[in-house]
Design a protein around this ligand. Structure first.
Ligand SMILES: Nc1ncnc2c1ncn2[C@@H]1O[C@H](COP(=O)(O)OP(=O)(O)OP(=O)(O)O)[C@@H](O)[C@H]1O
Length: 304
């Protein structure tokens, strides 16, 4: 195995060529090709089960392809130590659960060791601690830095996980449905944080998975539409995020609108829905029914 030195800045961050992933004899991904360059912000879109998270795992060097080649930061997967490669990747899973009753700042620091709990006898340097505080401030959660993880709201957790993923100064950030479970305000704050992050780190590349077009940050530059494990379209957002292609991707007629602030909204087009024939109203027949916890209705006894 080759030890991974700091990868060059001018190579594509990610390159997948003709990738298949087969599990239990089933193609979860088929013939996927994708190149992500520094500064590009990709959205992976598709219906439930289309293969988005599976593809993200491949791109994050978590899974190996059954066929084809995945190059992460110019290194071919299978030929390098993926643990070292992963230190250049920030993979954000909103379901990440820290191990133990950790405070937010400690969770953010575990981004350096890529572990669920602080590594025993490891202490961050002064610079690393300062970086954690700066990232926590950038994500707008300084007031919660000393709170325990369990007391955080879903939105605060989402932002803390981004800070955690940014600790090792990654070249690539992978975000798997980061807005899952957020209310409207928390979602908007999260998307604003992602936009600000992208503006501040011009060379950072990101890949964000979602099935809601409303959850795409305005700074999204490219998109790939996945359907049944295959790429339906991929490229600059202006070419891929069209009503026609998104309708084909979700197998449902959708009208896509991009507003002045750069965000997207999808409206399902009205389609006539055939209602099943309603059964003829039954003639009511009163039958005494015993309700739970109630005595059975008494049978009438004729008193003579
Ligand atoms: N390890 C595995 N073995 C077998 N099948 C799997 C495995 N992992 C995922 N799948 C299947 O692969 C398909 C794609 O799953 P994936 O989670 O990538 O979809 P997704 O597009 O992210 O869906 P969602 O939007 O619902 O999260 C699904 O049918 C899933 O059940």
């Amino acid at each position: 195995m080759t030890v991974v030195s700091r990868p060059a800045d001018d190579v594509p961050v990610l390159r997948a060529r003709g990738v298949d992933l087969v599990r239990d004899g089933r193609h979860l991904l088929q013939d996927i090709s994708l190149t992500v360059n520094p500064g590009e912000h990709w959205a992976l879109l598709g219906a439930n089960g289309a293969g988005k998270s599976t593809l993200l795992s491949l791109l994050g060097a978590v899974t190996h392809p059954s066929r084809g080649v995945v190059e992460v930061l110019g290194r071919t997967m299978g030929r390098v130590d993926v643990r070292e490669l992963r230190s250049y990747l920030g993979h954000i899973n909103p379901r990440h659960t820290p191990d133990g009753p950790l405070r937010v700042r400690d969770v953010v620091l575990t981004g350096l060791t890529n572990t669920a709990a602080p590594v025993p006898r490891w202490t961050p340097t002064g610079q690393e601690s300062e970086r954690a505080d700066r990232l926590i401030a950038m994500l707008g959660i300084s007031h919660r830095a000393r709170a325990t993880w369990a007391t955080l709201s879903q939105g605060e957790r989402g932002r803390a996980l981004i800070a955690r993923a940014l600790m090792p100064q990654p070249r690539l950030l992978l975000l798997d449905e980061p807005a899952t479970g957020l209310d409207l305000a928390a979602r908007e704050q999260l998307l604003a944080s992602i936009d600000a992050l992208r503006a501040r780190h011009a060379a950072l590349a990101t890949v964000l998975v979602t099935h809601h077009l409303e959850e795409l940050p305005a700074t999204t530059t490219h998109a790939m539409l996945l359907r049944d494990g295959r790429c339906l379209a991929g490229g600059p957002v202006g070419e891929v995020l069209t009503s026609e292609l998104v309708s084909a991707c979700f197998d449902h007629p959708v009208r896509l609108v991009r507003s002045d602030d750069g965000r997207w909204a999808a409206r399902a087009q009205r389609v006539p829905v055939a209602m099943p024939d309603e059964p003829a109203p039954a003639t009511a027949e009163r039958v005494p029914v015993a309700m739970p916890d109630e005595p059975a209705p008494a049978t009438e006894v004729a008193v003579v």
